[in-house]
Design a protein around this ligand. Sequence first.
Ligand code: CDP
Ligand code: MG
Length: 671
Amino acid sequence: MAEEDEESTPLLSELYKPPALLPIARLKDQLLYAIETHPVTIIVGETGSGKTTQIPQFLYHSGWTNDGSQIAVTQPRRIACTSVSARVASELETPLGQEVGYSIRFEDVTSSKTRIKFVTDGLLLREMLVDPLLKRYSVVMVDEAHERSLSSDVLLSLLKKVLRKRSDLRVVVSSATLDAERFLDFFAPEEGEKIHGLDRDEYGCIVSIEGRAHPVDIFYLSEPTNDYIERAVDTIIDIHTKEADGDILCFLTGREEIDDCIDMIADRIVDLNPNFKNLQPLPLYAGLPSDQQMYVFEKAAENTRKVIIATNIAEASVTIENIVYVIDVGYVKLRAYDPILGIERLNITPVSKASATQRAGRAGRTRAGKCYRLYTEEGFEGLEDATFPEIQRSNLAPVLLQLMNLGIQNLIRFDYLSNPPSKLIVRALDLLFSLGAIDDYGRLTKPLGTRMAELPLEPMLAKALLNAPSFGCLSEMLTIAAMMTLQGTAFVSHSDTTKLLERSRRRFAVKEGDHITLYNVYQSFVSVGKKDAQWCRDNCLNHKAMIKAVSVRKQLENYLERMGIQESALQGGDVKRVGGMEMGEKVQRCLTTGYFAQAARMKSDGSFQTVGGETTLWAHPSSMFFHRKADWVIYHEILETKGKVYIRDLTTIEMDWLTEYAPEYYKVKKR
Ligand code: CDP
Ligand code: MG
C-alpha cells in the first residue's frame, strides 16, 4: 500500500518543501498555546505559509484528538479538500481515508480512524443537522474565511452559538488576507459580558504569520484592453520567449475562457522557434476531474515551462510551486442573485484590490517574480477593497432551509457576520413557500420541508424528487437527480471530436428534453457501458463521471429509504393514480413541481424569454434545444458566458402546468 502511494507521487515529493522550513513552523508553540487558552484563534498568513496543511497536524500531534475527537478543516471548494487532504496524508505517511480524510458532497473518504478531516464548509453545515453541537470535533478550523463564501459565513455564525454551549470546543479562523479584528470582534462577548468565565480580551487571539515572500514587480497596461484572453495569450508567449525560467500562472474567470485560451496558446506554439523550451498549458478550475488536477501540481518535464490557466481557485485555496510569472486579467466570476427576477447568475466582475494583491503574491513564492495586470493602474485604483460577501448576493433559499431545520426561527434577526439584504431573505422565503417547504407562518412543513432540508440537493431538485412517488416516476427522478449533480460533466469533448460529441448526444436524445436524455444516457451506461470504458469513449461519455452518478443515485436512494420512501414499494401503487400517462409526461410534470420558478418560453428567433419577459436567455450549446424548437420549458441552471445568458438542462412543459402546480407563485408574479 505504502509503496504504491510513493510510486504514484514521485514528482510531487520532489517539490515538497520540508514542513519544518515553512514560516508557520516557528510559530508552532505560540499557536498551540493560543488555541489551548482561547476559544477562538484567528490566524492570518500569506498563502503557502503552511496554515492549511500544518495547523491540523500540530493539533493532532499535541493531543487534540487523543480522546477520539476529530479536527475539522473547512474549505470553500471541493478541489481544495481533496488536494490538501492528500498532501497531509502523505506528510503523515498514511493512506488517504485513514487518519486523514476528506468529505465532500456525495464523496466521503473517511473511516473510524480519521482524526483530521477536510470538509467543504457546506458539508459541515449539513453535519450540524445530525450533530448540532458538532460534538465529534475538538477543533473546527474555518479556512479561507476571507473568501466570505455563503456557507462559511453561516458556519461562523453557528459556531459562535455552539461555542457558548461548549467550553471545550476550539474555533480557528484562518485566511491569507483577513480583517482579523473584525472576525475576532464578531465572536467576542459584549463589553462587560463573560462567556465561560472569559471576558472580551480573553476570549480570542490573533496570530499573524510573517511571510517570507520575495518581491514582485507589477506591470500595468497603459490602455485598457477589450479582449483580455487574447492579451493574456500574447503576454504568455512574450514571457515564454523573452523571460528567464519559471512557470506562469494566468488567472481567467471560467472554464470556457480557459479552454479558449489553451486552444489559442496551442495555435501559437506551432509557430514558435523550436529552440525555445516547450510550453505546456494546463487548465485548473473547480470542476476539473481529479486526475487532470494532478498535472498542475507536478513538476514540469525537463526543458518545459508550465503555464497554468486557472480560475481564482489558484488565488489562495491551492498552492502551486515554482510560479514566477502571474498574469491577472482583473476579473473573477462571482455569483450574483437578482431577487426580482429570481435568477442567480455567475457574473464576470472586476476583482477586489485584496484579490489582485493576493494574485500578484503567487509570483513571489519561490523567488522574485513578476505580475502582469491586464488593466491600467487607474483601473486598479478604482477597484473595491475587498470581495463582497456571498451572503449578500446569493439565492438564500438553500441556506435558509438549512437554518430553519436547525431550529432557527427568526431569520431576519439571525447573527450574521454581514447582514444579507432583506430583499434576498423575503425572496427566498417566497420561493420556499411556493415549493411547499414552509407554511403561512414561515415554519418548516412536515414532512416535505424537513425532508427537502435533509436531502443534499438544492430545494427545487429536492422537491421534484420528493414529489416523484406521487407521479409514479421515482426511479426515473432518482436517476435524473443523480445526473444533475454531475453539472454537465457527463459528456466529454476533445476539441477535435465536436462532431462526434454532437452525434453521441443525438443518439440519446428524446423530444421531451435534456433531463430524460440524461436519463437515457444513464440507462445505457448501466446496461452496457459500466464495464466498458471503450463504449464510453465511443459515445463521448466521461466514464468516471458516470460511475459517480451511479454512486450518487445509490446515496440518494438511501436518503429516501431512511425517510421511509422506497423505490419499489411506492411505484406500483402510484402508477394507478396517474394511470395512462406516458412516463415522459410524468417526469415532465414532476420536474415542473420543482422548477416552476425557472420557466421560459422560446421565441421565434430561438432565444428564450422568462415568464415576466424581463430577460433573454439562450439554450446552452450542450442542450438539445440549442438547435431544436420548443415552446415552454423549465431549466435546471443558468450560466453566463461572454455576456450571453445560457440555460442548461431544459425540459419542455405545458404552460398550464405552471399555474396548476404553483398557483401561489404565479399569482404573485402577475401583479
Ligand atoms: O494554507 P497555506 O496557504 O498557508 O499553506 P499550505 O496549503 O499549508 O501549504 C504549505 C506548503 O505546502 C506550500 O508552500 C507548498 O510547499 C506545500 N504544498 C504542496 O506542495 N502541495 C499541496 N497540495 C499543498 C501544499
Ligand atoms: Mg491554505
